[in-house]
Each structure stands twice: as structure tokens, then as C-alpha cells.
Design a protein around this ligand. Structure first.
Ligand code: HEC
Length: 195
């Protein structure tokens, strides 16, 4: 280098031509093999970035995230379709007329629902389930099923979908449908619209 002024007495290394408050710097170039490796890495990184992030949209974080998101959405849609298929109006109508289902549903009702709707469905905190008045939905079997599954959280009706098994849910729904038109001992006044 042209700016080498002198050689250091101790190390015999060349000293660079600048000095700050008495501090001087030896001219100690990095070994060639090290520099070569470094430059190769820089070139590789550039190429890698171009290939991975720009040209090929490689398996980067965004890509993985999108893939997982899509997979999750597909799964959720599948589950929803399966749930809808497992509970249709016809299937439900069959269950409503099946004494074994009604008996099983009655058992669920007695343990989970009668405290709020009275053992005979006449209503206590919750509305009368035997009349043709409905606060939620229009009283069709699927509407009854839906309100039991999703609840009316803000009004004090718990969502039973996450609590009961699928089977129990359809059994108790069928039982509630079968209550319609029965004569409870102390019916609560009608609430909601008549259907
Ligand atoms: C903690 C009390 C409580 C329990 C337990 C409860 N319910 Fe309810 N339920 C309510 C209340 C309050 C409402 C009225 C919600 C509203 O105002 O929209 C309701 C509404 C309903 C409705 C809709 C009635 C309408 O007119 O729209 C059905 C059906 C129903 N419950 C069935 C059930 C079944 C089946 C169970 C047991 C698995 C159950 N409930 C357990 C309090 C309860």
C-alpha cells in the first residue's frame, strides 16, 4: 500500500499512514482464503435471495403461512360440511319420531336443561318450550337444533354444542321438538313470535 509510512518495531508489521491521539493501525490485511470465502458468501446470498424470495417464491415464512392457512380453512369447511350433512331436516324428523332417541334426549334434558326450562318444558328462567312461540328462530326442528347448539349467550342460554356430544345434542333437540303441544303443569307466559 502506498500510504505505508514505517514498520512497527515490535511486530515488524507495516503501519498505516494515519494516527488519532497517538493510536496507530497496523496494516494487517485479511488472509486471501478468508476474503475469498467471504465474497463467495456475499455472492451466494445475493443469488439465494433472488432465487428464494423473488423468482421462485420459495418455501419462505409467508408461503408456509399461506399454505397452513389454506389447509386450516379447507379443514374447517370440511368439518362444517360434515356437521351439516350429519344433521338434516329429514334425519332430524326421523329422530323426533324415534322413541329411543326421545328417551335418551329426555335424560339429557333432565340433567342439563330442566333447571332453567322446568322438567316438563313449561319454562322457568328460560322460556316455555312447549308452546308455539319462539324468541329465536321459527320453531322448526333445525331452528331448535341451532339455538340449542349455539345458545343465546347474551340472554343466558348456554351454547351446548361445545358441551354435549353430537349425539346428545341431536337427542335433546329431538326431545325439545317432541315437547311441542304438550301441556306443562305451570306454563310460563308465551314469549316471542307465534309460528
Ligand atoms: C342457565 C339457564 C339455561 C339452561 C341450563 C338452558 N337454557 Fe335454554 N334458554 C335459557 C334462556 C334464558 C333462554 C332464552 C334466550 C333468549 O331470551 O333469547 C333459552 C332459550 C332456549 C331455547 C329457545 C327458546 C326460544 O323461544 O327461542 C331452546 C330451544 C332452549 N333454550 C333449549 C335448551 C336446552 C335443550 C337446554 C339443555 C341442553 C337448555 N336450553 C338449557 C336458559 C337456559
Amino acid at each position: 500500500m502506498s500510504d505505508i509510512r514505517r514498520y512497527d518495531e515490535l511486530t515488524n508489521e507495516p503501519v498505516l499512514d494515519h494516527e488519532y491521539d497517538g493510536i496507530e493501525e497496523l496494516d494487517n490485511p485479511l488472509p486471501g482464503w478468508w476474503l475469498a470465502t467471504f465474497y463467495l458468501c456475499v455472492i451466494f446470498a445475493g443469488g439465494y435471495f433472488l432465487w428464494f424470495q423473488i423468482l421462485h417464491d420459495g418455501n419462505n415464512i409467508r408461503h408456509t403461512y399461506n399454505q397452513e392457512w389454506q389447509a386450516m380453512e379447507a379443514k374447517a369447511m370440511e368439518a362444517e360440511a360434515a356437521a351439516a350433512a350429519s344433521m338434516s331436516d329429514e334425519l332430524f324428523a326421523k329422530q323426533v319420531n324415534d322413541p329411543a332417541v326421545i328417551t335418551a334426549g329426555k335424560a339429557v334434558y333432565e340433567s342439563k336443561c330442566s333447571s332453567c326450562h322446568a322438567p316438563d318444558g313449561g319454562g322457568l328462567i328460560g322460556p316455555n318450550l312447549t308452546d308455539n312461540h319462539w324468541l329465536n328462530g321459527d320453531g322448526t326442528p333445525m331452528a331448535v337444533f341451532k339455538v340449542i347448539k349455539d345458545g343465546v349467550m347474551a340472554k343466558g342460554m348456554p351454547a351446548w354444542g361445545p358441551v354435549l356430544s353430537k349425539e346428545e345434542l341431536s337427542q335433546v333437540s329431538a326431545f325439545v321438538v317432541s315437547l311441542k303441544g304438550t301441556k306443562p303443569a305451570a306454563p310460563k307466559e308465551a314469549q316471542g313470535n307465534a309460528y
